[in-house]
Write a protein that binds this ligand. Structure first.
Ligand code: NAP
Ligand code: GDD
Length: 350
């Protein structure tokens, strides 16, 4: 650390969590360096508002091209930036997509984490490392609710890759004394959530259906259950994990679980409509009670080869040791997302 200066290096800076974490760290006085993947089209829409404010921010926000598949790039960035904290949020983060690109997912989500840790070890830098671990590690759950002690049972190439990442973090901590911690985060959503994840897919589609721009919402498994929280609160938890005296592993969750079906019902309720379900299995549909119009149907292409049916996390350890608690309720989370998407739908903004 140079004169007590706080310098963060963030992978996945263009993602949902990366954008909220950047805002938080800048507010806390950090210099923030982000790793940006080269893309043929613009992929910085979640951080443009920060970047365009660079003058105001006193040039404390920097972007560097890089990729978690490129060791030499990560080594160079660690060496050059000399971060005091590293947040490894970069990942091929879509569970269903990981069945299509399992090897790439392992490279980025699993070996990518090793590359970062090894760069720290080789440079001998005294930095803290946060790993974006996941409730998907629990997969076919062995205990309800899940705690830091619940055995893992991954159910996808994504979860298997993240399992390797989880354990290599523990290993570098024990073998080389690296300050490396896992945040085992349960699903967290926001108005910045990617539109292919189920929550945002629902809030965007419902807003477009109500404003006459979309006919139907096609979904897969309506009965899986998730523990959904609000992303800005979870990135604050990430920061707290690295401020602890010792490196450790923590669950961040709400200890509440709801089905996809409930998420759909609540979304339409906020938009003033009640959903009536009919049929079962592939033939199940959801219609608007007010008009009888069918707005939800099942598309088996959204089913996964192996599903995670139920997630619910107990965040007691984070509450006790970090003073972290979730604040936003399930209904409040959906309201935030629906209000944002409905405004955009009214203005025909994508
Ligand atoms: P996200 O919105 O999908 O963002 C993923 C980020 O990773 C993007 O910035 C993406 O860049 C970047 N990335 C993808 N492949 C990369 C590569 N090869 N090299 C470098 N960067 C790469 O995900 P998120 O919701 O913010 O989640 C952040 C992290 O937390 C992920 O590791 C995810 O697996 C994990 N996690 C998320 C949740 C959740 O509920 N959100 C829960 C538990 C754990 P592009 O923009 O260029 O694609
Ligand atoms: N994406 C999607 N699309 N999911 C659907 C759909 C659909 O049309 N229909 C039903 N689902 C179900 C999925 O089968 C799954 O059971 C649930 O909705 C949630 O799916 P996602 O929103 O894609 O999230 P996820 O839980 O698989 O993964 C997210 O959370 C993990 C933490 O538990 C991602 O953010 C991961 O990166 C993260 O690790």
């Amino acid at each position: 650390m140079e004169n007590g200066k706080k310098i963060a290096l963030v992978s996945g800076i263009t993602g949902q969590d990366g954008s909220y974490l950047t805002e938080l760290l800048l507010e806390k006085g950090y210099d923030v360096h982000g790793i940006l993947r080269r893309s043929s089209s613009f992929n910085t829409f979640r951080i443009d508002h920060i970047y365009n404010n660079n003058e105001l921010l006193n040039r404390r926000f920097f972007l560097h091209y890089g990729d978690l598949t490129d060791s030499s790039n990560l080594n160079r960035l660690v060496e050059k930036i000399q971060p005091t904290e590293i947040y490894n949020l970069g990942a091929q983060s879509h569970v269903q997509v990981s069945f299509e690109v399992p090897e790439y997912t392992a490279e980025v989500d699993g070996v990518g984490t090793l590359r970062f840790l090894d760069a720290i070890k080789e440079t001998g830098l005294k930095t803290k490392f946060y790993q974006a671990s996941t409730s998907e590690l629990f997969g076919k759950v062995q205990e309800v609710p899940q705690t830091e002690k619940t055995p893992f049972y991954p159910r996808s190439p994504y979860a298997a890759a993240k399992l390797y990442a989880y354990w290599i973090v523990v290993n570098y901590r024990e073998a080389y004394n690296v300050f490396a911690s896992n945040g085992i985060l349960f699903n967290h959503e926001s108005e910045r959530r990617g539109k292919t994840f189920v929550t945002r897919k629902i809030t965007v589609a419902a807003s477009k259906i109500i404003t006459g721009q979309q006919d139907k919402l096609y979904l897969g498994n309506l009965d899986s259950k998730r523990d959904w929280g609000y992303a800005p609160e979870y990135v604050e938890g990430m920061w707290r994990i690295l401020q602890a005296d010792e490196p450790d592993d923590f669950i961040l969750a709400t200890n509440e679980t709801h089905s996809i079906r409930e998420f759909v019902e609540e979304t339409f309720k906020i938009l003033g409509e009640e959903i009536v379900w009919k049929g079962s299995g592939l033939n199940e549909t959801g219609s608007l009670k007010s008009s009888g119009r069918e707005v939800v149907a099942i598309d088996p292409r959204h089913f996964r080869p192996t599903e995670v049916e139920l997630l619910i996390g107990n965040p007691a350890k984070a509450a006790e040791k970090l003073g972290w608690k979730p604040k936003t309720s399930f209904r409040e989370l959906i309201r935030i997302m629906v209000e944002s998407d409905f405004e955009k739908a009214k203005k025909r903004i994508d």
